[in-house]
Design a protein around this ligand. Structure first.
Ligand code: ADP
Ligand code: MG
Length: 248
């Protein structure tokens, strides 16, 4: 696994009417890793996420993806380059079946970002490719059910499948385990691990035991600034990190 930087924030800042939500954040996400962004409520995690995916425009700073400055780009164009945020660009249609949802996602005209399975991207290959993705997220028994019929955890799995259909190089997951019960948490954590085998993952997640288990690198934010960074055993021993968590 190469350890070069695929996504980078340089001096990223965001002010909302004078309130500094994100301050001079320098973040480096290495290719092929699972990188978690954690921190107490209001730390600026969602704002950083929205900045990286271009749903928000930074007040200052730059976002560099694969060596290219994407600060001025639109979210859809960023997605075209392979930087895709789950649950946002990949909408799930409740009245379509699981299979139809994934097929629709596969048919999105995302042009060059389909390099990964271009040879199979004919109409004939579409159903097979959709079933492969459905299998990958353990939804095969649900393939012909409508999305609306899925239990909550399975719906999130479908969202991951429709995101994977866009063939992202970097997948951003915003609280992928939120609202899940124990079984779905385990299933989704295992899915994230599998997905990370050939992609980079940046996630915001509150479930620290899963973060500890999955992440190569953890960045801790507090009041818009990076408080600590590193593997879990390093970050979790940092007294300032403990204090930040106890303090809220
Ligand atoms: P987190 O996701 O870590 O809980 P957020 O990024 O959502 O934190 O928010 C960081 C801070 O910025 C909070 O104090 C929040 O109230 C503020 N904030 C976020 N979005 C806006 C906005 N659109 N307008 C004003 N303040 C905002
Ligand atoms: Mg948030």
């Amino acid at each position: 696994m190469s350890q070069d930087v695929i996504l980078e924030a340089r001096g990223l800042s965001k002010e909302f009417k004078g309130f500094i939500a994100v301050k001079e954040v320098n973040l480096q996400v290495r290719r092929g890793t699972i990188h978690a962004l954690i921190g107490p409520n209001g730390a600026g995690k969602s704002t950083v996420f929205n900045l990286l995916t271009k749903f928000l425009t930074p007040t200052r700073g730059q976002i560099v993806y694969k060596g290219r400055d994407i600060t001025a780009m639109k979210p859809a164009d960023v997605a075209l380059l392979g930087l895709v945020r789950s649950f946002q660009i990949s909408a799930v249609f409740p009245h379509l079946s699981v299979l139809e949802n994934v097929r629709v996602a596969l048919q999105r005209p995302l042009g060059t970002s389909f390099h990964f399975w271009k040879p199979e991207s004919s109409l004939h290959g579409l159903r097979d490719r959709a079933m492969e993705l459905i299998e990958a997220v353990n939804l095969t028994p649900w393939a012909n059910h409508t999305a609306a019929e899925l239990p909550y955890g399975r719906k999130r799995a479908l969202e991951i499948a429709t995101t994977l259909a866009l063939d992202p190089e970097v997948m951003l997951l915003d609280e992928p385990l939120a609202g899940m019960g124990h079984e779905d948490i385990e299933r989704t954590a295992a899915l994230i691990k599998r997905v990370s085998a050939d992609r980079t993952i940046l996630m915001v997640e509150h479930n620290l035991s899963v973060v500890a288990h999955l992440s190569d690198t953890i960045t801790v934010l507090r009041r818009g600034e990076i408080l600590a960074e590193g593997p879990y055993d390093v970050v979790s021993r940092n007294p300032q990190v403990m204090e930040a968590y106890m303090g809220t």
